[in-house]
Design a protein around this ligand. Structure first.
Ligand SMILES: C[S@@+](CC[C@H](N)C(=O)[O-])C[C@H]1O[C@@H](n2cnc3c(N)ncnc32)[C@H](O)[C@@H]1O
Length: 258
């Protein structure tokens, strides 16, 4: 389902925005993007989405409905600056333990600082690692979340297989990602906003529009709702379902390890 192919040299080829690159090259390019934007990442999220990312993230937490029970553990992969993890801990009444995993130390450094400021450091671990090779034993977590992260991972199938491996039986998988807009008029406005406004806002706020051009292109290359649901099923998850938000600009996929 994903657009990965084997190159003549035997390496895996994948999309970096609209370019075809080797999987290793994609990861280095993606890492460079997030090192460059880490300090302005949270501000840019608000500007690019008009604050909508907050509602979409709240919807993820509401669907997860974390129990107010000590010992319940969530792994937030590609967790960046900790946005999802902090929301989950708060929704659990401070009971949940969150592990924020990201491949990018600059994003995690911003997250650590936020955790300290918000008094959430005791309930949060930060782990620098790759979603494709999680450094955890089988059946460790009660829930796995990933928000606006999986389209940046070169080998999506590997990340999904790892998600299934580290979840306990009965564990929940939730993935929030930009997706396919299903409303014709909204589609045109969204297209114009994405390709014109977002790189310009990026340029104005961070002094660099290129990372935001990549982010927009990568959204267009990501599998649509049905195709991504099939990939999640292919990784071994059951009762796979999704919900669209803002006309499909974002979609939230859910699955269970049963
Ligand atoms: C758009 S940010 C999302 C951050 C956060 N989840 C949020 O919703 O605000 C994407 C994150 O994916 C991370 N990432 C990219 N490739 C990764 C990989 N292979 N393994 C783990 N994290 C990765 C990036 O470093 C970046 O922090």
């Amino acid at each position: 389902m994903s657009e990965q192919r084997t190159t003549a040299a035997g390496g895996m080829e994948t999309s970096y925005g609209y370019r075809r690159v080797g999987a290793g090259d994609k990861q280095s390019l993606v890492n460079d993007v997030f090192h460059r934007v880490a300090n302005r990442y949270d501000l840019m999220n608000d500007l690019m989405s008009g604050g909508l990312h907050r509602l979409w993230k709240d919807a993820l937490v509401a669907w997860l409905n974390p129990p107010k029970r000590a010992g319940w553990k969530v792994l937030d992969v590609a967790g960046g600056t900790g946005d999802i993890a902090f929301r989950i801990i708060e929704a659990s009444g401070g009971q949940a333990h969150a592990t924020v995993l990201d491949i990018n130390g600059s994003m995690l450094a911003v997250g650590r600082e936020r955790a300290e400021k918000q008094g959430l450091a005791a309930g949060t671990d930060f782990v620098e690692a790759n979603a494709e090779e999680l450094p955890f034993a089988d059946e460790t977590f009660d829930a796995y979340t990933i928000a606006f992260g999986i389209r940046n991972v070169p080998r999506i199938e590997a990340a999904l297989a790892e998600a299934c491996r580290v979840l306990k039986p009965g564990g929940r998988f939730l993935c929030l990602e930009f997706s396919e807009v299903d409303m014709p008029l909204l589609d045109k406005a969204y297209e114009a906003w994405s390709f014109n406004a977002i790189p310009r806002i990026g340029q104005a706020v961070t002094g660099d529009g290129e990372p935001y051009a990549y982010l927009v292109e990568s959204i267009r290359k990501f599998p649509n709702q049905e195709n991504f649901a099939a990939m999640i099923r292919g990784a071994g998850f059951e009762r796979v379902a999704y919900r669209n938000y803002s006309g499909g600009i974002a979609a939230l996929h859910s699955g269970w390890k049963l």
